[in-house]
Write a protein that binds this ligand. Sequence first.
Ligand code: HEC
Ligand code: HEC
Ligand code: HEC
Ligand code: HEC
Ligand code: HEC
Ligand code: HEC
Ligand code: HEC
Ligand code: HEC
Ligand code: HEC
Ligand code: HEC
Length: 293
Amino acid sequence: MTLRATLLLLALGLSALCTGANEQSQPDCLACHTATADVAVHAVFHTVHGALDGGGAAACSACHGASEAHARRPTDAAPQVSFGPRWQAEAEARDGACLGCHAGGSALHWAGSEHQQEGLDCASCHRSHRQQDPALNESESQAVCVSCHSRVRAELLLPSRHPIAEGKTACGDCHNPHGALTGASLREPSLNEQCFTCHQDKRGPFLWEHPPAAEDCGLCHRPHGAVHDRLLTVRGPALCQQCHAAAFHPSLPYGSEGLAGGGANRNLLGKNCLNCHSRIHGSNHPSGARLAR
Ligand code: HEC
Ligand code: HEC
Ligand code: HEC
Ligand code: HEC
Ligand code: HEC
Ligand code: HEC
Ligand code: HEC
Ligand code: HEC
Ligand code: HEC
Ligand code: HEC
C-alpha cells in the first residue's frame, strides 16, 4: 500500500469515528431538562442563544459542552462546563465557553482585566437563562454593578453627584465592564478624554490654560459623588491652596501670613477665589491670563 492510500484510509477511518462521536456527543439534554421541569432554563430559547448550533439540545452544548457523562449519570457526573450551582468548572473553562464566540469586540481586553483577575466570570453579570439579560437592561445593569461595588453605591447618594442613580448617566458610559487598557477600565484612552465625551466645553484649546485642568480633571473632581458642591475633592479656597501658596493672596485672614503688612489684602478677605478667577478651566479672553474673565 502506498503512503497516500494509508493516509486516505486513516482519514476515512478518522472521519467515521468523528461522525460516530458526533452522533453520540449530542445527548438529548431536553429529555431531562424539560420545559415543565426547568422553566427557567428554557428561557434561553427566548434569547439569541436559543438558536446556537441549530437550536434545541445542540444549543445547550454550545455553552455547556457535549456533557455525555453527565447525560448518562446526571447525578454523579458534572456537565463539561457548569457555572453551578452544584458543580463549577474552572474559571478558565467558564470564560472559554463564552469567549469561543465573543473573544473580540468589547471583550477584547477581558484577559488580564481587574474583573478577570478577581475571579469574576461572564456569568457574574450576564444571565444566559433570562429572557432579558440584566446586564444589558439599562434599568437593571447599575444594580448588578453596585451589588458588589458598595462604596460606589454610597457615593451615588452624596449631595453632589453625577446623575447616575437618576438614570441620566450609566456606569457603562465611562467604564468598559470587560476591561480596557486605561486605569479603572475607562472607555476612552485617558480620564480627561472620558470627561470630554460629555463636557466638550472643557476641552479647549484655551488661549490661557489652567494646567491642572488640561492635565487631569481628577485633581479637583471626584467621578461618582462628593460631599462638596460640583463634585469637588476639597472645598473653596483650600482646593486652590493645595497648589497656590496661601501667602500669595489668602482668602481667609486666619494666619499672620494672610495679613502681610498688617492690612488685609483688599482682594481676598472672606472671598472665594472663584469670585474673581471664574474661568477655572481655562480662558479664551484676550486678557484672561489670570483666569478672571
Ligand atoms: C438523564 C437526565 C439528564 C440529561 C440527559 C441531562 N441532564 Fe443536566 N441535569 C440533570 C439533573 C438530574 C441535574 C441536577 C444534578 C444535581 O444537582 O444533582 C442536572 C444538572 C445540570 C446542570 C447544572 C449543573 C450544576 O452545577 O448545578 C447543567 C448545566 C446541566 N444539567 C446541563 C445539561 C446539558 C447541557 C445536557 C445535555 C448535554 C444535560 N444536562 C443532560 C439531568 C440530566
Ligand atoms: C449562552 C450560553 C448558554 C446556553 C446556550 C445554555 N446555558 Fe445553561 N447556563 C449558562 C450559564 C452562564 C449558566 C449560569 C446561570 C446563568 O447565567 O443564568 C447556566 C446555568 C444552567 C443550569 C443551572 C441553572 C440553575 O441555576 O439551577 C442548567 C440546569 C442549565 N444551564 C442547563 C442548560 C440547558 C438544558 C440548556 C439548553 C436548553 C442550556 N443550559 C443552554 C449558559 C448557557
Ligand atoms: C456558539 C457561539 C456562542 C457562544 C458559545 C456564546 N454566544 Fe453570546 N452570542 C452569540 C451570537 C451569535 C450572538 C448574537 C450576535 C451578537 O450579538 O454578536 C450572541 C449575543 C450575545 C449577547 C448580546 C445579546 C443581545 O441580546 O444583544 C451577550 C450579552 C452574550 N452573547 C453573552 C454570552 C455569554 C455570557 C456566553 C457564555 C455564557 C455566550 N454569550 C456564549 C454566540 C455565542
Ligand atoms: C462586570 C460585569 C460584566 C462581566 C463580568 C461581563 N460583562 Fe459583558 N456586558 C456587561 C454590560 C454592563 C454590558 C452592556 C454593554 C456595555 O456596557 O458594554 C455587556 C455587554 C456584553 C455583550 C454585548 C454587547 C457588546 O458590548 O459586545 C457581550 C457579547 C458580552 N457582554 C459578553 C461578555 C463575555 C463573553 C464576558 C466574559 C468574558 C462578559 N461579557 C463579562 C457586563 C459584564
Ligand atoms: C461579582 C462582583 C462584581 C460585579 C457584579 C461588578 N464588579 Fe467591578 N469589581 C469587582 C472587584 C472585586 C473589583 C476589584 C476590587 C475593586 O476595585 O473594588 C472590581 C473592580 C472594578 C473597577 C476598577 C478596576 C478596573 O480597572 O476595572 C471598575 C471600574 C469596576 N469594577 C466597574 C464595574 C462595573 C461598571 C460593573 C457593572 C457592569 C461591575 N464593576 C460589576 C467586582 C464586581
Ligand atoms: C462620569 C463617568 C463615570 C461614571 C458614570 C461611573 N464612573 Fe466609576 N470611575 C470613573 C473614573 C474617572 C474613575 C477613576 C477615578 C480615579 O482614577 O481616581 C472611576 C473609578 C471607579 C472604580 C475604581 C475606583 C473606585 O472609586 O473604587 C470603580 C469600582 C468604579 N468606578 C465603579 C463604577 C460604577 C459601579 C459605576 C456605576 C454605578 C460607575 N463607576 C460610574 C468615572 C465614572
Ligand atoms: C456620559 C456623560 C458624562 C460623562 C462622561 C461625564 N459627565 Fe459630568 N455630568 C454629566 C451630566 C449629565 C451632569 C449633570 C448636568 C446637569 O445636571 O446639568 C454632569 C455634571 C458634572 C459636574 C457638575 C456636578 C454638580 O454637582 O453640579 C461636574 C463637576 C462633572 N460633571 C465633572 C465630570 C468629570 C470630571 C468627568 C470625567 C471624569 C465627567 N463629568 C464625565 C455627564 C457626564
Ligand atoms: C483646578 C481645579 C479644577 C480642575 C482641574 C477641573 N475643574 Fe471642573 N470645576 C472646578 C471648580 C472649582 C468648579 C466649580 C465652578 C463654580 O462653581 O463656578 C468646577 C466646575 C465644573 C463643572 C460644573 C460647572 C460647569 O462649569 O459646567 C464641570 C462640568 C466641570 N467642572 C468639569 C471639569 C472637567 C471635565 C475637568 C477636566 C477637563 C475639570 N472640570 C477640571 C475646578 C476644577
Ligand atoms: C493641582 C494644582 C493646582 C490646583 C489645585 C489649582 N491650580 Fe491654579 N495653577 C496651577 C498651575 C501649575 C498653574 C500655572 C502656574 C504658572 O504658570 O506659573 C496655575 C495657574 C493659575 C492661575 C494663573 C496664574 C498666572 O500666573 O497666570 C490662576 C489665576 C489660578 N491658577 C487659580 C487657581 C484657582 C482659583 C484654583 C482653585 C479653584 C486653582 N488655581 C487650583 C496649579 C493648580
Ligand atoms: C477679589 C478678586 C480675587 C480673589 C478673590 C482672588 N484673586 Fe487671585 N488674583 C486676582 C487678581 C486681580 C490677580 C492679578 C494680580 C496681578 O496681576 O498683580 C490675581 C492673581 C492671581 C494669581 C497669579 C499670581 C501671579 O503670580 O501673577 C494666582 C495664582 C491667584 N490669583 C490665585 C488665587 C487664589 C488661589 C485665590 C483664592 C485663595 C485667589 N487668587 C483669589 C484677584 C483675585
